[in-house]
Design a protein around this ligand. Structure first.
Ligand code: ZN
Length: 265
């Protein structure tokens, strides 16, 4: 495994999953660029603290702000280049976690991602089956292990668009299949549309954009369309329809009343 893969948060993610599995806390890896997990909270927090993770209870922490860089807006100070980059980051406005930890430099030297965020399943992944510690079947449509070399696409030379490839050098982490991840994000977009939570809608929409439009090649886009739930299939067509007769968001808004009536959002 190359150094760049480790920088994507592989080591912290694998370590967190190992600790939570040992504590009998059902968990999966989920979130923006694979940095968050969804699970039962209190036991998880205790288990991570007991294993040296740095729990944050700072009420002023930037992770508790909707806009992570809110403080700097208020201070109206000149921005270093790195701050401007942070302000423009797609995940600057984010879904606030139920608990979070800051990764210490000596814990995982040089990780690109420095926060482990924990969410209760009901907050973000209500659309999924209840998480368990059960093993993952080789053809499970919802869950997949991060070391599944048969189902996960390999790392390629294109380091911008490439997936990370299977994680074969660390203990496996339960995560979502491509289809289940895209659907989970779409449910989150729909929930934001229902409650007119436009900032967070943008956040999830951008994640969908990244998952679908930027990081998946044509063949996989077609495979994705064929495995999505029927109500989401037309959405893929809307993205690919150059006439833009109906935008993807317009389609989702049209779909929303039906899904609310069915109790899905
Ligand atoms: Zn914090």
């Amino acid at each position: 495994m190359s150094e760049s893969e480790f920088q994507r948060g592989v080591l912290p993610a694998a370590e967190v999953a190992k600790i939570l599995n040992a504590a009998r806390v059902p968990n999966i890896l989920f979130g923006w660029k694979l940095t968050s997990l969804s699970l039962i909270l209190e036991t998880a927090v205790r288990a991570l603290i007991d294993n040296g993770f740095n729990y944050c209870d700072d009420a002023q922490c930037v992770e508790l702000k909707l806009h992570r860089w809110w403080k700097r807006f208020e201070q109206n100070t000149p921005y270093p280049v790195t701050d401007i980059a942070a302000l423009c980051a797609w995940n600057n406005v984010h879904e606030k976690a139920d608990a979070h930890f800051h990764i210490k430099e000596k814990q995982f030297p040089g990780p690109k991602f420095t926060v482990v965020s924990l969410f209760k399943q009901s907050r973000v992944l209500w659309s999924l089956p209840t998480l368990t510690l059960d093993p993952v079947a080789p053809d499970d449509p919802t869950f997949i292990l991060t070391n599944d070399t048969a189902r996960l696409p390999p790392l390629t030379a294109d380091r911008v668009k490439s997936p990370s490839g299977p994680w074969t050098d660390v203990s496996p982490v339960k995560t979502l299949t491509n289809t289940a991840l895209v659907e989970a994000v779409l449910w989150l977009v729909l929930r934001c549309l229902r409650y007119k939570n436009h900032d967070i809608e943008n956040y999830w929409h951008r994640m969908f954009h990244w998952l679908f439009l930027a990081s998946i090649e044509g063949e996989r886009q077609r495979a994705l369309r064929d495995t999505l739930k029927p109500e989401f299939e037309p959405l893929i067509d809307k993205y690919q329809d150059e006439s833009k007769a109906e935008t993807p968001t317009e389609y989702l808004k049209r779909l929303l009343p039906q899904l609310i009536a069915k109790g899905k959002v």
